[in-house]
Design a protein around this ligand. Sequence first.
Ligand code: ZN
Length: 180
Amino acid sequence: MLEIIKAPHPVLAQKAKTVKQVDKSILKLIDDMKESLDNATDPIGVGLAAPQVARGLALFIAKPSLKSKVFVFINPKILAKTITPKNTKEEQTRKLEGCLSLPNIWGGVKRYATVTLEYMDETGKTHKRKFTGFMATIIQHEVDHLNGVLFPKRVLEQKGTLYQSEKDEKGEDVFEELKI
Ligand code: ZN
C-alpha cells in the first residue's frame, strides 16, 4: 500500500506530468492507489490523486460512495464548466471539503455544478463525459491536485472559512475556526 503524503510536500505543490502510456507500472500505481483510498476510513476518502502518493503524474481515482466502483481518470482535461443549469444562488452554496493530505482541515468551497471532462481510462480509451453533483465536485478537487493546488487556496480565494477538527472525549469530531 502506498502512504498518502501530507502537506506541505513538494510533489503536492507541483504540476503533474502527462501519462504517456498506460503501461504495467501505471496499472500497478492505480491498484495501489485504490488500496490506499479504501484504507482511508477516518475520514472516508472519495478521491485520490497520484501526487498524494508522491507520484507527480496526471491521474486520479474517485469513489463517490462506499458502494460505488472506483473511477479512473488519466490525463483529465476540463473542457467546459457551468455554475448550475438553473443558476440560482442556493445552488452555489459552499460545500464543506476535506483532503486526505490535509488531515483535520475543512473548508467551504464553491465549485461548478457541471464539468465536461476529457480523460483516458485504464484501458487507454479516451472519453468525453459530463459530470454533475458530487462527482463534479470531486473532479474539480482532484484536477486542482494535478495543478499543485490544495483546496484551502480555493477557500481563501473565495473568502471562505477554514476549520480544524478535533476528536472530543467521545471520539466525535468538534470543529473550530482556523484563523490565518
Ligand atoms: Zn485532496
